[in-house]
Write a protein that binds this ligand. Structure first.
Ligand SMILES: [Zn+2]
Length: 314
């Protein structure tokens, strides 16, 4: 079994609130080492683990790193422009008798700048993301092809793959729009509160720190989502009888997904997600891991994959 040491106590406490909200893998320790050992001794588990590891090494790790680097690079370009613009504005001249404080930044001009940057930012990220999705899709399909002994008609050029990548490429602008909205609100509030230019600059730096942390999560979700989707399409196109859910098998996996490991779904079937192991999950069922139509609590930062089941009677 793979044993991943649990994160330090303070890291767990910090992530607890978030974990309750999202059930996030990667951030939380959900299973105990004892539970995990038992889990990894289950029938077929070692075979499934091989599939998961192949996806981790060939798709998740390189794809997420590449996507994160691109998102970070584009965010820093915007950060630089916003900072330079902010620093171009002096503070309101000191007038002790009126005790005026604050920056000379015009809030309307600041909003206009941020909206203009949002356009550029989204366009750059979309341009950068396309080839990264494509490489991840190609690798994810290579792993699948190897598993089923070669494809007869599936390829990375399949219209469904092209469609899936195009949809993700469009959608990746959504978190950027959210980020710019957050920036616009925070900075408008800063001006209204009478912050100085230096304080405004600090606010920008601080918020871009948050953007960088969020980018890691976005990169992970995007790569896993694209990879799982194209593998799902690949299994459909190749007429694979069934698909099985495969989790990482480490201590960071969601409890609900650990309980799903090895569960088989037939063609067109969705996976039943158990709620806290006992009782059924009430939210929408998932077509595959990282199903974009699933509930955020079951999708965000999920590292599970889907594997082909060639013989349902085996
Ligand atoms: Zn998962």
């Amino acid at each position: 079994m793979i044993y991943v040491p649990p994160p330090p106590a303070h890291a767990i406490r910090k992530s607890e609130k978030r974990e309750k909200l999202l059930g996030v893998e990667e951030l939380s320790t959900e299973l105990t080492p004892e539970e995990m050992e038992e889990f990894n001794a289950a029938p077929g588990r070692q075979r499934r683990l091989k599939v998961w590891r192949a996806m981790l090494e060939r798709v998740f790790k390189p794809g997420t790193a590449e996507m994160f680097r691109m998102l970070k690079r584009e965010a820093w370009k915007v950060r630089k422009k916003v900072l330079r613009w902010v620093m171009d504005h002096a503070d309101v001249p000191e007038e002790p008798e009126r005790s005026v404080r604050g920056t000379s930044i015009d809030p309307t001009a600041l909003q206009a700048l941020l909206l203009r940057l949002q356009e550029e930012w989204a366009a750059q990220v979309q341009k950068g993301a396309g080839p990264i999705y494509l490489r991840a899709a190609d690798q994810a399909l290579n792993v699948l092809s190897h598993q089923i002994g070669g494809f007869t008609s599936m390829s990375v050029g399949h219209p469904e793959v092209v469609k899936a990548i195009a949809a993700r490429t469009v959608e990746i602008k959504t978190p950027i729009e959210g980020t710019v909205k957050m920036l616009r609100e925070t900075l408008a509030k800063g001006v209204a509160e009478g912050k100085t230019t230096q304080e405004m600059a600090r606010l920008v730096r601080d918020r871009f720190g948050m953007v960088e942390r969020a980018s890691k999560m976005i990169a992970r979700t995007e790569i896993a989502g694209a990879a799982n989707k194209v593998r799902h399409v690949g299994m459909e196109v190749e007429g694979i009888a069934g698909r099985e859910w495969i989790t990482s098998g480490d201590l960071r996996v969601r409890r609900t997904h650990a309980a799903m490991d090895g569960v088989v779904a037939l063609v067109d079937e969705k996976y039943p997600i158990p709620k806290k192991v006992k009782g059924l999950w009430k939210g929408p069922r998932l077509k595959h891991p990282d199903d974009p139509h699933g509930h955020a609590s079951q999708v965000i930062a999920c590292r599970c994959v889907e594997g082909p089941v060639l013989d349902l009677n085996a």
